[in-house]
Design a protein around this ligand. Structure first.
Ligand code: KG4
Length: 339
């Protein structure tokens, strides 16, 4: 019996990635991160698209070689169509179209956010457990903070989302104020492990329903530091771990508060997390603990699948391919789109 083999291509932000999946089983996942942005303290869109152009051929070639297949074995090519940086998306989209025309296989467009949610269906072993529908997915990244009710592979409803900053932005912006390099999230994670989370108190939002807000926390963090530094110029340097731990604790409390409400509201028994911030040790431990206490099944992704990767694009593309849901060649990328 012939296999369904999907090549996934991800180029929505600053990671060029390609992955190969055969009948839902991961054969390879290659990611080239772009260090060119480090000195600017954030992703520079024009530099990102140029780096994608340099990376895409070797990254796709390596993914196919590592998978132990030939490009002639591919059933389809899945690519991230959005949301993301338009110039970056254009590189992956154009490459996917060109390759598909050359190989005479269909293309499948993937919503990047669906990819994050469906990353839990990437199997590395045939007997890896995957979530059962319906489940809740807490999608937390540099651009999104959403609670999603996932009814099926292509049936998702956003129950709540941030009305201002995303959780990742809260980590990154506060880390920047502390003088940490971009992106600050992983640095806060590392520092928080040695800090006292009860030392500082920062503002928590009072937003009705299941929506999030992180801009008040950012302001409160900024004011705390401003006042403290006025009294002691070395305050930040001398209190890094406690600041990081207290900040991380507050972000986790905000995330868990709404997640808990969503669980109560929906009665759903399975909770998954995804997106870059789901790599955070504190978030992972807190969600696992919450699910244990509430008798819920928790799906915490491997760290390799938390940040942008093509394995999630390939798996989302695989389920669309099975339904014959292909993309036309005149379709273009989109910078903004919801679930
Ligand atoms: O999903 P992602 O790779 O892409 C974007 O949405 O851009 O998420 C990136 C975000 C950044 O804000 C980064 O600081 C955050 O994920 N992040 C973390 C950790 N690892 C990545 N935040 C906290 N702790 C981490 N370990």
């Amino acid at each position: 019996m012939s296999q369904t083999i999907i090549l996934g291509i991800e180029s929505s932000c600053d990671d060029t990635s390609a992955a190969v999946i055969a009948d839902g089983l991961l054969l390879s996942n290659v990611i080239a991160s772009q260090s060119v942005h480090e000195e600017y303290g954030g992703v520079v869109p024009e530099l990102a698209s140029r780096a994608h152009q340099q990376n895409i051929v070797p990254v796709v070639d390596t993914a196919i070689k590592r998978a132990g297949i030939s490009k002639k074995d591919l059933s389809a090519i899945a690519f991230t169509r959005g949301p993301g940086l338009l110039g970056s998306l254009l590189v992956g989209t154009s490459f996917a179209k060109g390759m598909s025309l050359g190989l005479r296989v269909p293309i499948v467009d993937v919503n990047h956010l669906h990819g994050h949610v469906l990353s839990h269906f990437v199997r590395q072993q045939a007997d890896d457990e995957v979530p059962e529908f319906p489940f809740l997915c807490l999608l937390i990244s540099g651009g999104n903070s959403q609670i999603i009710l996932v009814r099926d592979f292509n049936d998702m409803e956003v129950l709540g989302q941030t009305i201002d900053d995303a959780a990742g932005e809260a980590f990154d912006k506060c880390a920047k104020v502390m003088g940490l390099p971009y992106p600050g999230g992983p640095h806060i994670d590392r520092l928080a492990a040695q800090g006292d989370a009860s030392r500082f108190k920062f503002a928590k939002p009072h937003i009705p329903g299941l929506d999030y807000s992180f801009s008040g926390l950012k302001t409160s963090f900024l004011y705390t530091l401003r006042d403290a530094v006025a009294a002691d110029p070395d305050f930040v340097k001398n209190n890094m771990p406690d600041l990081a731990a207290s900040l991380q604790r507050t972000i986790i409390d905000i995330l868990l508060d709404k997640l808990s409400k969503a669980v109560k509201q929906t009665g759903v028994k399975t909770v998954a997390i995804g997106g870059g911030v789901s790599a955070n040790s504190g978030v992972r431990a807190a969600v696992a603990d919450f699910c244990k206490r509430k008798n819920l099944k928790a799906f915490i992704p491997q760290r390799a699948f938390t940040t942008d990767n093509a394995a999630m694009v390939a798996i989302a593309g695989y389920y669309k391919y099975l339904k014959g849901d292909f993309c036309r060649y005149d379709e273009t990328p989109y910078a903004r789109v919801s679930i």
